[in-house]
Design a protein around this ligand. Structure first.
Ligand SMILES: *Cc1c(COP(=O)(O)O)cnc(C)c1O
Length: 429
């Protein structure tokens, strides 16, 4: 499959090149040249397919021939080494748990898939690729873990000092080998600005191949479409009108869900669940897309003021507001409402949700008021212990830390402190 730039000012390119470059030379996001729906028989026989078989059929057209089919099967097998269970909350609401991977956030699948693709492309290459990534918390851990030990790939993670949780910091600073953590004296926005500047810096890019590992990269974005198919496999016998409520920040996950729908997955509707950073919610009310500086919330992985994947969602709907607004609704909730939702889920349904999942739950409830015959699935995007303080304070119980977290908390933090772009450049060179 070839990819074009959504800015339309760069040449089309292969999957391999799109993965290695991350962003097109005209700064546009890459998008597949064509999308061929899967046959009806695929969805009718989904019960007889394993998760790996579903994933293979779903993503094959987007990555071959650059990744040969046999290699793709291995990559998928390796990527999907944990479960994606759906838990019933009420007759109308379920949750799809995406936190059973090594760093307990949904970004594990995309990061693992991308790492293995890049490792394959680079296996006979003497020039190393450097993955440069800024994180507000979850991305760094998932990328560090996914890329650990991948030959020919170095990973440099920038995170804001003192502004990620202890668990998140340990997840990104305790791996050795090809993973380096830079602790930036500044905010997440400062980290992101440094990364963006590095990609545009000729003295750097002439000396090294830099790429990004956030959801602008097609190899991190596309595998997320698996989740929606896995949920469908678990739910289609019980419910007809399945809608997904996706806690959204950069809108990569929900956009992948819409891609699954384009491939033929019978999904009735999508709901973008937002915290106070309500850019898309506002757009759906006013037709005006107005990026704003992000505001800090307790669901901090969704604190995004200009969601980068929204252009892909528009492209999937022919850049037509009417078409898009039939498929997508949005809701926005405050931290206060989110905390009440965590409380309600625990007290009434004995379910411990993290703040992101709780926002998804609230959006389900709003949607069901006017669509009582739908079955709404909210994505639980992180394990509640990743947001331990908020969750424990709210449910007034201690939560047992899972194995993955206990292991990492015992390890020693290693980071290099930096303050300026010049520090970053000196480190990379
Ligand atoms: C990254 C993240 C999100 C937002 O996902 P997008 O694809 O950026 O919309 C939501 N919840 C958690 C826990 C995350 O880590």
């Amino acid at each position: 499959m070839n990819y074009f730039s959504l800015n339309k000012k760069a040449p089309n390119t292969t999957f391999k090149n799109a993965v290695i470059k991350g962003l097109a030379p005209d700064k546009g996001l890459y998008f597949p040249e064509s999308i061929t729906p899967l046959p009806d028989s695929f969805f009718k026989s989904i019960d007889s397919l394993s998760y790996s078989e579903i994933a293979f059929e779903a993503i094959k057209q987007f990555v071959t021939p650059d990744i040969p089919e046999a290699v793709l099967k291995d990559i998928i097998e390796d990527t999907l080494s944990f479960d994606f269970p759906v838990e019933k909350i009420t007759d109308s609401i379920s949750t799809l748990e995406l936190f059973h991977g090594p760093t307990m956030a949904f970004k594990d699948v995309g990061a693992r898939f991308m790492a293995r693709c890049l490792g394959y492309f680079n296996q006979n290459n003497t020039n190393e690729v450097t993955v440069l990534v800024a994180t507000s918390g979850d991305t760094g851990g998932a990328v560090a873990n996914g890329f650990l030990g991948v030959e020919g790939v170095n990973v440099v993670i920038l995170y804001p000092s003192g502004k990620v949780s202890d668990i998140q910091e340990k997840q990104l600073t305790t791996l050795k080998k090809n993973i380096k953590a830079l602790e930036v004296h500044g905010t997440f926005d400062d980290c992101q600005a440094m990364v963006k500047r590095a990609f545009l810096d000729d003295t750097l890019t002439s000396k090294m191949q830099l790429t990004s590992a956030n959801s602008i990269n097609v190899a991190r974005w596309l595998p997320q479409l698996f989740y929606f198919m896995f949920a469908y496999k678990q739910l289609h016998k019980s419910y007809d009108n399945i809608v997904f409520s996706v806690p959204s920040g950069n809108f990569g996950n929900i956009c992948a869900g819409m891609m699954a729908q384009r491939l033929g997955l019978p999904v009735k509707h999508f709901i973008a669940a937002n915290n106070a950073n309500a850019i898309v919610y506002n757009y759906l009310q006013t037709q005006q897309y107005e990026p704003k500086p992000s505001v800090q919330t307790i669901s901090n992985a969704m604190d995004v003021g200009d969601p980068s994947n929204f252009v892909r969602i528009q492209e999937l709907h022919n850049n037509d507001f009417e078409t898009l607004s039939k498929q997508l609704s949005g809701y926005s909730f405050t931290d206060e409402e989110t905390i009440k939702a965590i409380e309600e889920l625990y007290n009434e349904y004995n379910y411990i949700a993290d703040p992101h999942g709780a926002v998804g739950y609230l959006a389900c409830k709003s949607h069901l008021k006017t669509n009582p015959n739908d079955h709404c699935v909210f994505l639980e995007t992180a394990h509640p212990t990743k947001f331990l303080d908020v969750v424990e304070d709210t449910i007034k119980e201690n939560i047992d830390l899972p194995e993955q977290i206990l292991k990492v908390m015992k390890k020693k933090k290693r980071s290099v402190e930096i303050s300026t772009y010049e520090d970053l450049k000196a480190f990379l060179l």
